[in-house]
Ligand binder design. Sequence first.
Ligand SMILES: Nc1ncnc2c1ncn2[C@@H]1O[C@H](COP(=O)(O)OP(=O)(O)O)[C@@H](O)[C@H]1O
Ligand SMILES: [Mg+2]
Length: 229
Amino acid sequence: MLRVEGLKKVFRSGESDLVLFENLSFTLKPGEMLAIVGESGAGKSTLLHILSALDRASAGDVYCANLHLNSLSQDQAADFRNRETGFVWQFHYLLPEFTAVENVAMPLLLRGDAWEQVEPEALLWLREVGLEQRAHHRSGELSGGEQQRVALARALITRPKLLLADEPTGDLDGQTAEAVFALIARLHREHQLTSLIATHNLSFARRCQRVLRLQRGLVEEILPESLPA
Ligand SMILES: Nc1ncnc2c1ncn2[C@@H]1O[C@H](COP(=O)(O)OP(=O)(O)O)[C@@H](O)[C@H]1O
Ligand SMILES: [Mg+2]
């Protein structure tokens, strides 16, 4: 599903180079759920951006869905993101003046699909995340946890194979974070997704199948069971 070979990312900062990671190689099989952990600034977001072709690596290769991401043009990269990936961020980036169902429908509307066709699909995804009864509320009126559920439905309405989530529970209180993480885990299973989740929350990471830790330029795969519960 995803193959990363010898990946390196360096940012120039003033006179010195900041090496976020190098020699990073791993493969992810269909259906696997990988947590990416590491302190703030370790490079988790940058890695997710490279894997979704939003950013370029300094060296190395990424293969996903039979594509070599490094050699895609801007248009091809946008197409890859739209077709193959669903992205959830720490902040939901919903359009507050639009209703929940309109927000969920947005990726399909942006492709040019007709509202009559898209609305039932969006309602279906709202049901999937347990929010059907809130479909016609403006998203700005929903709670933080509900907004993140809407963002998940929006990420999945295009039926991507790869789900990328960057601190999806980072802005939520403990109980709400738990509910959203449990929802992600269920959607991952039921829709046979391959998922990568950057998280600060080690007890969530522990519940993923695999864990990649970024630490001061070193990357290693660790056993989920080695993390605190
Ligand atoms: N475009 C950029 N130019 C220079 N430095 C950057 C850029 N983007 C991120 N960084 C730096 O790279 C490091 C890793 O950032 P990030 O990937 O956001 O880490 P994390 O998500 O783990 O908190 C940080 O020190 C950040 O300041
Ligand atoms: Mg980050």
